[in-house]
Design a protein around this ligand. Structure first.
Ligand SMILES: Nc1ncnc2c1ncn2[C@@H]1O[C@H](COP(=O)(O)OP(=O)(O)O[C@H]2O[C@H](CO)[C@@H](O)[C@H](O)[C@H]2O)[C@@H](O)[C@H]1O
Length: 777
């Protein structure tokens, strides 16, 4: 807490930050204090409920009536209330408080006025800028770097033919002091040069794209800038900073203005005086960069892609400035070339990356373009072990420097108040690089990392020799070294990430517990136990726009229909018949249609379904399975279909459309997973009134409360052990209810559909982790 001198209150962050927060809302008398907990100290009488009081005061800035109201209320409480001990003394105290409050409010008004004047000034400057290309005709987005005087070295050109010329700006200057041996060879970006003004001019015409800026951005950016300048003076172990993040002293004010504009939304509409809601994150607002090997809807092989596409939006809705960094596997429509090109050394080879960016639903999506990733949309994890490892090394190196190099909405994120969220082994190197290259060397001092475990079964294992591909100082080998009773000594990337990250999250509480057991930790349980203090389970949410029976874009054609709780019976029936028709199954509304969607992997318990198929075929049911994965399991699906053509469809392939249609058209979803960290399909199913039958493990146990016929509670059926007879038993009860207890069935459907499964709850919990990481040293 920062004391405000003689002022009668404390604010939990510095005044500068408060002013910026205030500027977040364009209405001058916005109830600044309404969301910032402020307490009176001198009288002690307002220590309780001061928050509510200030909401009133804030709304009536400069007026005393609200204070009187509060005073009267307190008086009425009398001595016995424990709040007011003596009427006169209390009155004096209040008078003094009122006086002091008036002064503070006057200061605040003054600051708001200054902000308003600066807005006008920036708006005038904006209007005077001519767009030489004529490409950015939107007046409000027509801001250039030069208009904001932001220096940057990154290239403007996007044409690959020009790449040599462009890259000349990033070549190592000859007169730089020699770099320390291992770091100069291994550091993530060895071909950059110390930033210079010359470089800064190259990007002056780069258009600013629409983006949100964190309220603290200007401070962070200036911090970054000063660090960058310091780095330029030092014989650097790192090649250099990009001047993208450099702001000269005289430019800081303008930059601050650009931040304020972005924050207030004025960049879009300077005249907009509407009241903006305060960020839900309140004073915890920060910059967040989620890094993942896949991100839906652009790239997805499973649940990781879904999470990377949806969690950031929920964090942004809470007011954070949020970016996602993922590889650019294909020619995605929305992201545009930022012109920023960098080179990173991977296994002794310099690899160039180009950063693409799009601002969608409040999130900056940044894609790393490289020949290594190109055309891999259907084979993201393809190639041999070393190929995959090198791609992940490149992604992590390119991602960790994004906050320095890639301007989003005209300004880089900077490395202050910044938290990276890395996901699974693919990006578990990021926390290690952050530590080894930067924080161990006094850089990115205020940057933290959180590592999310979606699936511990995949760890990035290899022989110890693989360490040479990772480019780290030799002493870091111990972070990776693991002993396996079967495979012996080996290198383990997840292990190093778990040790290096400031915090670790996994996707359910149950899985957090399982990870600490020898069965559930897959050899990493000891490390996880040692790091238990930093582990937290947070159940995933779902993207309620993508996965909504009311809005689902895949239910708008081919006989399908959108439906809601109100139209559940007719709508779902129509989708079921459309699915039967599409798959060539007998069209029968009365027959229970059972679905399965998932990777064909032992994890998903497909073998249990296989064991249960003979029993199922004795029932009057239909079974539709969609999946791709292990070839023998794919063959099994094909075999089922050919054997029971009137009852089973085994769709081998990855089809998002079909996944949505099965979720809508099926009555029951099977998830007999042997382990399931969270599971998303059961959440999607419940949202569509499809009843899950699941192995009660990990996130499945947590999200599917078993149906209780006596109390008419619960959301589905669960079974305790991954055994076919238990699956059959649970499915048998489910089918019985479907056929004979229609009301109970409808109740289960409705309860499932009415849950709040959105990411908003989970995002709030992630925020707690981000804050914990931020204040950890
Ligand atoms: N053939 C196919 N065609 C179309 N879509 C398909 C498909 N196969 C799978 N999908 C989709 O991929 C996603 C899979 O989600 P899961 O939660 O089952 O993920 P997965 O096991 O990959 O992820 C890991 O990460 C997630 C996220 O944290 C955890 O929920 C999970 O427990 C953990 O194993 C769903 O959106 C599903 O519809």
């Amino acid at each position: 807490m920062a004391s405000m001198g003689s002022l009668p209150f404390v604010i939990d962050t510095a005044m500068e930050s408060s002013v910026l927060h205030c500027a977040n809302y364009s209405r001058p008398n916005f109830p600044l204090f309404a969301y910032r907990p402020i307490k009176f100290l001198d009288s002690g009488v307002l220590t309780d409920s001061a928050f509510g009081c200030f909401k009133v005061v804030g709304e009536d800035i400069g007026r005393s009536s609200s204070i009187s109201w509060r005073t009267k209320r307190l008086r009425a409480k009398g001595k016995g209330s424990g709040e007011v001990e003596d009427g006169d003394k209390s009155e004096d105290t209040f008078q003094a408080t009122i006086e002091k409050s008036k002064k503070v409010l006057a200061i605040q008004n003054d600051l708001l006025q200054q902000i308003a004047e600066r807005r006008k000034l920036v708006s005038t400057i904006k209007n005077s800028i001519v767009d030489p290309q004529g490409e950015f005709s939107n007046e409000e987005e027509d801001i250039t770097f030069s208009s904001l005087n932001i220096a940057s070295t990154h290239d403007n050109a996007t044409d690959e033919d020009d790449s040599n010329e462009n890259l000349s700006t990033t070549k190592e200057p000859e007169d730089l002091p020699p770099k320390k041996a291992y770091l100069s060879a291994n550091s993530p970006n060895i071909l950059e040069k110390i930033p210079s003004d010359e470089g800064a001019k190259e990007t002056e015409d780069l258009p600013i794209q629409k983006s949100s800026l964190d309220v603290n951005s200007s401070k962070q950016l200036t911090d970054t800038a000063s660090e960058a300048v310091r780095a330029a003076e030092l014989p650097s172990f790192l090649p250099s900073f990009s001047a993208t993040s450099i702001i000269k002293d005289e430019q800081k004010e303008d930059f601050k203005e650009s931040s304020l504009q972005e924050v207030t939304g004025e960049a879009n509409d300077p005249a907009d005086d509407d009241v903006k809601s305060p960020p839900l994150a309140g004073p915890n607002v920060m910059n967040v960069i989620l890094v993942a090997a896949e991100c839906a809807p652009w790239s997805k092989t499973g649940g990781l892609g879904d999470v990377a596409g949806a969690l950031p939006k929920a964090l942004a809705r809470r007011g954070h400035r949020v970016m996602v960094v993922a590889p650019r596997y294909g020619n995605y429509a929305e992201p545009q070339d930022t012109g920023v090109r960098k080179r990173y050394r991977v296994a002794g080879q310099d690899m160039e990356v180009v950063y693409y960016q799009a601002y969608i639903d409040g999130v900056d999506f940044v894609f790393v373009e490289s020949p290594e990733f190109r055309h891999r949309e259907n084979n993201m994890y393809g190639g041999n072990r070393v190929d995959v490892l090198k791609r992940m090394v490149l992604l992590c190196k390119a991602a960790v420097e994004v906050p320095w190099h890639v301007p989003c909405g005209g300004a880089c994120y900077g490395d202050g108040n910044l938290v990276f969220i890395a996901n699974d082994w693919h990006t578990a190197l990021l926390p290690v690089y952050l530590k080894a290259y930067y924080r161990d060397n006094g850089l990115m001092k205020y940057t933290r990392s959180v590592l999310v475990i979606h699936n511990i079964a995949h760890q990035g294992r290899g022989p110890l020799d693989d360490f040479s591909y990772i480019d780290l100082p030799p002493q870091y080998l111990d972070f990776f070294r693991m002993y396996d009773p079967v495979g012996g000594e080996h290198l383990n990337i997840f292990a190093a990430g778990l040790k290096s990250a400031d915090r670790v999250v996994t996707v359910s509480h149950g899985y957090a517990w399982e990870l600490k057991t020898s069965e559930g930790g897959w050899g990493l349980h000891e490390i996880i136990n040692e790091n238990d203090w930093k582990l937290k389970g947070i159940v995933n949410g779902i993207d309620t726009k993508d996965w909504s029976p009311e809005l689902d874009v895949y239910l708008k054609s081919d006989g399908y229909t959108n439906y809601s709780l109100e139209t559940l019976q007719t709508g779902k029936q129509q989708c079921k018949e459309a699915l039967q028709k599409e798959l060539g199954l007998p069209i029968r509304g009365d027959i229970p249609l059972i679905g399965f969607i998932g990777r064909l992997d032992p994890q998903k318990g497909v073998d249990l379904i296989a064991e249960a198929v003979p029993w199922m075929m004795g029932q009057d049911v239909q079974l539709v399975m969609l999946g791709t994965g292990r070839p023998d399991l794919e063959d099994m699906l094909r075999h089922f279909e050919s054997q029971h053509h009137d009852k089973i469809r085994g769709w081998v392939g990855f089809s998002v459309k079909t996944a949505h249609r099965i979720t809508a058209g099926a009555d029951i979803l099977l998830m007999p997973s042997r382990f399931e960290p969270c599971g998303l399909n059961q959440l999607y199913a419940m949202r569509y009134g499809t009843i899950p039958v699941v192995h009660g493990v990990g996130g499945l146990r947590e999200t599917v409360q078993p149906f209780d016929p006596f109390n008419e509670t619960g959301l589905g059926w669960t079974f305790d052990r991954a055994e076919a007879n238990l699956l059959i038993n649970a499915l048998g009860n489910c089918l019985l209810t479907y056929r004979q207890y229609k009301e109970s069935w409808g109740g289960i459907q409705r309860r499932g559909m009415m849950q709040d499964l959105s990411w908003d709850n989970a995002a709030q919990k992630y925020e707690e982790v981000l804050v914990a990481a931020k204040y950890q040293w």
